[in-house]
Design a protein around this ligand. Structure first.
Ligand code: ADP
Ligand code: MG
Length: 493
């Protein structure tokens, strides 16, 4: 991607957008960060609240080591510095759904320092986005305003759930780059098993910082758009916000650093409050918790269990299977999808299998709103279908029909392709006698077209089409083509 495509035109010339993201990712763990209460999504309100989460006087937080492990694991996946000494701080503020009156977070000494993420841009280009830090913190509860005409309720199930806040450098310059970043970050977290990445359930949400400047200038004043919870909304929020800032500046105004909200219904951002500064929170080390320390062996043990991550898998798919960067990128976006492909491709033409997995399986799942785990067609069956094409039992056109029968709801759903082909008589006709008869019939029925084709050899395609139709698509297309040309006396070009 060239620099130019990242600029947006204004009245006073081109502007560059600058974006930095703070992503809140809910740690995958059975219990909360400082209590043993459960974290299951969708439980009845206030059924997963320990005395610690409700901030009863005298309760003491106790660190859940599973959450520490998950943060270290994520740091390793982001190729980041792991800090074996870090500190939990109190971030003081009042909110009805924050019973402690403060959030336990990490400020000056986070558990994970600088790292990086490679993002995939359109056209196969890659770009590195810097990670500034990752820290552990507690989530707050949830206020419910829509349950009663004049009362609000508080659900503390989420209170105390572990979050990782992952802060990027202001390295992104378009909505597309920010979206690619979130997609890649989500893929890495899912591969690692440290966050389920379900944005619609709120397990991953982003604060989007946006500023604009003239290329080469110092960074402009930023606005922070809070809690954007889908990749599409992140794109819309950035585009709207950048445009708004450019208009303000070009009208002679100044950007105030502030916190804004994105309204998905209107597709615009609006002011929520002027930006608070760190000193407003009066951060100080939580006296109930010792600094968090662990050994190098603790880190090494986790490092040994790291899975192959998306970038490495993508590279391996390109090297070992000869796939394009695009195909490999699509296949590795979810670990389960990549596994499905590898199972299907085992011992077969990988390129043909990739085409079938992407073009038929993924397309079908997408349309039906299913994930790979619910696919009616199994990986091995996709492989069998590829085999039926490569040994010329069926043409690729018929294979599409067979796939639909295997995939769509109906009596053939989930059946083996060879059974369907056998039972429905879909085998490709390679018997030249039969094909010849079909060609002869079409030629005999269309003497005028035969004359035209002799003058204009391209017309032969019409005969091929007619024969394919009269044989129900089962004739071997190459054989038909050769016979048509021979019978019409046209030289093969
Ligand atoms: P805070 O914690 O107060 O929000 P930080 O300095 O930690 O402030 O920055 C938060 C995020 O804002 C980071 O992701 C950073 O990359 C981004 N950011 C900082 N300055 C700018 C800027 N001028 N334009 C866009 N993003 C920025
Ligand atoms: Mg912030």
């Amino acid at each position: 991607m060239t620099e130019k495509t990242n600029l947006i035109a204004g009245v006073t010339g081109d502007w560059e957008i600058v974006i930095g993201l703070e992503v809140h990712a809910q740690v995958t763990s059975d219990a909360k960060l400082f209590s043993g209460a459960a974290t299951t999504f969708g439980a009845e309100p206030n059924t997963q609240v320990s005395l610690v989460d409700a901030a009863m006087p005298g309760m003491l937080p106790v660190i859940n080591w599973k959450c520490v492990e998950q943060a270290v694991r994520t740091g390793l996946g982001l190729k980041a510095q792991i800090n074996r000494y870090s500190v939990f701080d109190r971030k003081n503020y009042f909110y009805p759904d924050l019973p402690q009156g403060y959030q336990i977070s990490q400020y000056l000494q986070p558990i994970v320092g600088e790292g990086e993420i490679e993002i995939d841009l359109e056209g196969g280009a890659v770009k590195t986005v810097g990670i500034e830090r990752l820290h552990l913190e507690q989530d707050a509860g949830k206020s419910l305003h829509d349950q009663h005409p004049d009362l609000s309720f508080v659900d503390l199930n989420r209170s105390g759930v572990a979050l990782m806040e992952i802060v990027s450098r202001p390295d992104m310059h378009s909505a597309g780059e920010a979206q690619a970043y979130v997609k890649k970050l989500r893929a890495i977290l899912r591969y690692l098993g440290t966050c389920d990445g379900n944005m619609e359930q709120g397990s991953m949400r982003a604060d989007v910082n946006v500023s604009v400047r003239k290329p080469g200038d110092e960074l402009g004043t930023r606005c922070e758009i809070k809690n954007v919870n889908s990749i599409r909304f992140i794109g819309q929020a950035i585009e709207h916000e950048a445009r708004r800032q450019i208009d303000v500046i070009e009208d002679g105004g100044k950007i105030n650093q502030e916190t804004r909200l994105f309204d998905p219904k209107r597709g615009e951002t609006r002011s929520m409050r002027s930006k608070e500064e760190a000193h407003d929170y009066r951060y100080f080390p939580d006296p109930d918790l010792l600094p968090l320390t662990f050994s190098a062996e603790f880190v090494d043990d986790i490092a040994r269990t790291l899975p192959e991550l998306p970038d490495d898998k993508k590279k391996r798919f390109m090297d070992d299977y000869g796939l394009s960067a695009y195909d490999a990128g699509v296949l590795v976006s979810e670990a389960e999808n990549a596994d499905f492909f590898e199972l299907a491709a085992k011992g077969r033409d990988a390129k043909a299998t990739a085409n079938m997995v992407i073009g038929s399986v993924f397309a079908g799942l997408n349309k039906a709103g299913l994930t790979i785990a619910d696919s009616p067609v199994q990986a091995e069956q996709v492989g069998q279908l590829v085999d039926l094409i490569s040994d010329q039992t069926i043409s690729s056109r018929i294979a599409k029909d067979v796939f639909d029968l295997m995939f769509d709801e109906g009596s053939d759903q989930g059946r083996d392709p060879s059974d369907i082909v056998e039972e429905k008589g879909l085998k490709q006709v390679t018997d030249t006698g039969a094909i010849e008869a079909a060609v002869d019939a079409v030629i005999a029925a269309n003497p005028d077209k035969v004359e035209q084709a002799k003058a204009k050899p391209k017309m032969a395609g019409w005969f091929v089409g007619q024969v394919m139709q009269s044989t129900g698509g089962k004739a071997n297309p190459q054989a038909v083509n050769q016979l048509v040309l021979a019978k019409l006396g046209i030289e093969d070009q």
